[in-house]
Design a binder for this molecule. Structure first.
Ligand code: PMP
Length: 389
């Protein structure tokens, strides 16, 4: 018997290496933007969630600096202890107003928001129905809740309906949960049908709007707006760290539900409040999202231009169905995806390989930004053409 209780870790890492699943960080040492310095090399950035190009915006920087000068760098405690500032409330009101919900509450990250909401609302006697492609934070929250969890095949409302009619009556509460824009594929959930099923079977519905906030819908309110479902009863979660260029998460829902979360969500109650700088930057971003719809228009123009160039030049490229600024090119295996990502980087394009276990099949994932220039998109397509994928 091997007496070293840590020896298995090295063996496990070796297995990860052998499967081409090993992951490591890459250093960016410049402001975020459509081009960045990646380990000193200037690259066109197709790997950022900064959809509207706000993470480097001077107005967000100024708001963050002012907040630091006024309130300091740290919040010094949880919201219920000494961490609450008027800025938090202003941000929550701005989110509720954009989402047209009664109230909202901000968490220190989207991941913590998902875990907090699920574990507050659902317990051992309950049932969770979760899309197979949901984000890790939803899946982890489901495990932590202790509930019975059924994963339904991606976007299959038929299987979901079947499971509900078989299982719903055996459980106290039921939560259906789904990403609205699927983060690693770029397609959308069938929201109106999911809301209908939730109503029919008396289930709560949790919608993760992380990649939809600021991006989807006429005013950037997300997929609820995109699908014309504003005002229907559900729980919306999102992040302040993608199109809003800051850090943090939010939940938007009824007064009662938000009030309940402030009393029952452990990852809100027992963690330090969002920092003044992050809060102020997100609030500045919320205002820009409302005041500058042309940013969102530029993002969609870029998405459409890329799709058109691909149609015209790369008819054999296997693109996963997408209705968002996330576009994925499917590749046969992890090694091919890694080689493709490496080649793209060598020619100055940052578009990473995404592999199992993050996703079921290996791919190159592209995220578009409002601040990409036409020539950035053209260089990407010309390079892919030369690679004969
Ligand atoms: N949900 C989804 C769908 C996400 O893609 C992410 C971030 N990758 C999160 C939640 C977590 O958000 P945050 O980064 O703010 O923790």
């Amino acid at each position: 018997m091997n007496n070293n209780p840590y020896a298995w870790i090295e063996a496990s890492l070796e297995t990860i290496h052998r499967a081409d699943w090993y992951r490591s960080v890459q250093t960016i040492n410049s402001l975020p933007g459509a081009t960045v310095l990646l380990s000193g090399q200037k690259v066109i950035n197709f790997a950022s969630n900064d959809y509207l190009g706000l993470a480097g915006d001077e107005r967000l920087q100024t708001a963050a600096i002012k907040a630091i000068q006024q309130f300091g760098t740290g919040s010094t405690g949880s919201r219920l202890l000494s961490g609450h500032r008027e800025l938090h409330r202003e941000l929550e009101q701005a989110i509720a107003s954009t989402k047209q919900t009664e109230d909202a509450v901000v968490f220190s990250s989207g991941y913590l928001a998902n875990i907090g909401v699920i574990t507050a609302l659902i317990g051992k006697r309950d049932l969770i129905l979760s899309d197979q492609y949901n984000h890790s934070s939803l899946k982890r929250g489901a495990v932590l809740s202790g509930a019975a969890v059924i994963e339904y095949p991606h976007n299959s409302t038929a299987v979901l309906a079947e499971k509900l009619s078989q299982q719903r009556q055996n459980h106290r509460r039921c939560l259906i949960m789904t990403d609205s824009v699927f983060s690693m594929d770029g397609d959308l959930c069938p929201l109106p049908e999911l809301l209908d099923l939730a109503e029919e079977f008396s289930c709560m519905l949790l919608l993760d709007e992380a990649h939809a906030t600021g991006v989807m819908g006429k005013t950037g309110a997300g997929c609820v707006e995109h699908f014309g479902c504003t005002g229907r009863e559900l729980i919306q979660i999102g992040t302040l760290s993608k199109a809003l260029g800051s850090l943090g998460g939010y939940v938007a829902a009824s007064h009662t539900l938000i009030d309940f979360l402030r009393n029952r969500a452990p990852s809100w109650i027992y963690t330090t409040a969002l920092s003044p700088a992050d809060t102020a930057a997100a609030l500045a971003a919320m205002k820009i999202v409302q005041q500058e719809p042309e940013r969102r228009q530029r993002l969609w123009d870029n998405v459409n231009y890329l799709k058109q160039l691909i149609r015209d030049n790369l008819p054999n490229l296997k693109i996963l169905p997408s209705e968002s600024p996330i576009l994925c090119f499917q590749l046969p295996d992890a090694a091919t995806a890694l080689t493709a990502g490496k080649h793209l980087k060598e020619v100055g394009i940052f578009a990473p390989a995404i592999r199992p276990p993050t996703v079921p099949t290996s791919r190159i994932r592209i995220t578009m930004m409002a601040t990409h220039e036409l020539e950035h998109i053209e260089k990407l397509v010309n390079t892919l053409k030369g690679m004969q994928l």
